[in-house]
Design a protein around this ligand. Sequence first.
Ligand SMILES: *[C@@H]1O[C@H](CO)[C@@H](O)[C@H](O)[C@H]1NC(C)=O
Ligand SMILES: [Zn+2]
Length: 509
Amino acid sequence: MEFFYQIDETNLFSPQVWFILSIFLFLVQHVHSFQFEELKKYIDSHQEEYVETLREWVAVESVSTDVQRRPDLERMMDMTAEKLRDMQGTVELLPDGTTIPLPKVVTAQFGSDPSKHTVCIYGHVDVQPASKEDGWATEPYNLTDINGNLYGRGASDNKAPVLAWIHTVEVYQKLNMELPVNVKFIIEGMEETGSNGLEAMVSAHKDSFFSDVDWIVISDCGWLSRRPALTYGTRGNCYFYAEVRRTRVQVEGPKEDLHSGVHGGTVVEPMTDLIGILGKYYTLISPSGEILIPGIEAAVAPMTDTERETYQSIEFNTEDYRRKIGVDRLMYSSKVDLLAHRWRQPTVSIHGIEGAFSDPGSKTVIPARVVAKFSIRQVPNMDPKEVEKQVKEHLEAAFAKRGTPNKLKVTMVIGAKPWLADPQQPLYEAGKAAVQRVFNVEPNLIREGGTIPIARTFQDVTGKPIIMLPIGGFDDGLHSQNEKMSRYNYIEGTKLFAAFLHEASQIKN
Ligand SMILES: *[C@@H]1O[C@H](CO)[C@@H](O)[C@H](O)[C@H]1NC(C)=O
Ligand SMILES: [Zn+2]
């Protein structure tokens, strides 16, 4: 400073100029917060319009798991593209890089100012199937407002969050405010079937569409409690089939089922073998939750003190959780242990047995072929390839001990890796600031027990930092009956996104 004072009075950095400059900066600051008030006001006053658009979107039965519904899904993708085009976005439908005819991925770009950061928003507009007969209280494709909750399939997963992002851009446009960052969208229609073809598409456009992207934002999950949250990790999943079948002497493959009265007692039954290796003596998981497949627990990253502290500070009531899922006792009573086992410890779930007699009534049958379906949630530093080997060896050794003439075949059909980000990085600071601005609280820093493979794919293929910025409630019932999105989360969530774009623009390179 001394240096400046020695220069003559016309110099730009005289105390007077500094004074005027600080007033100017104060005004800029002031004008900015004023602008956020404008954004909030606009969003509040257009609430009904936003709910109406959500109603139109929910009305489209864009189920991706059912090929019969492909025309509806295509219509949903077209509606999405049209909406973005109406807003003067540069819209491109990108083929997925596979040869299978899948719905094209909708991409759009708003702004291409090289002096600004670029945020890429990922979302999906396909949904899980739903019908009134499944036990819905309302028509699943007729958005119904009950006490401020908007019930409808896909409302929370993921149509309202996608619309909230689109409306965010629209609000800036309508108020003639410059977007603080360039915004790109990548919206797919195959998420609920495992994002078929998306990885190939991302790889193919890594050096074009993704080249100028600074960060990727995913809003395809929910809060943990009533407190807004930022999500920095998801578990992966390895899904297995364990097939036991009766062998035939000359021809490979199972013969027909047998009458248990006529033949019972003369053959080793495949079902007994299967239960035998999954059950009592060679369990995959102990009643206290310990995974008994050698090597798995050893691969799990140890919990750090910082992590423990983070878990401690999370707003989450174990008793509410217990009541909500309806069990007498949870496996862990402390909040930290419970959250750790939801987010950062692996677990085994046995989902069902194909070929088993499961109808009501009693049928005396010896199934010729049974297939157990089970999965193991993946966490750092487990490696799906290793897990596949460990599971196969464990079950094959157990099977060999039975000395049965039947055949066992273990196959891993899905091997999705976990995703984990550093919540201390600037991107998460921007998320925290946005939550603070809209909700006036510190967000819960959470992980997701479920698997959102796309996060890991984005990370591996593009190398860009990723943040999950959820706006769904903790009780939205994704994939379940009576899925909903509350008006509060939808509208305040739109404000959160608007604030996030500003906070992201403030990140220093
Ligand atoms: C949706 O539900 C409302 C009542 O909640 C009803 O008036 C309307 O006719 C329904 N629409 C369709 C398309 O079923
Ligand atoms: Zn989803």
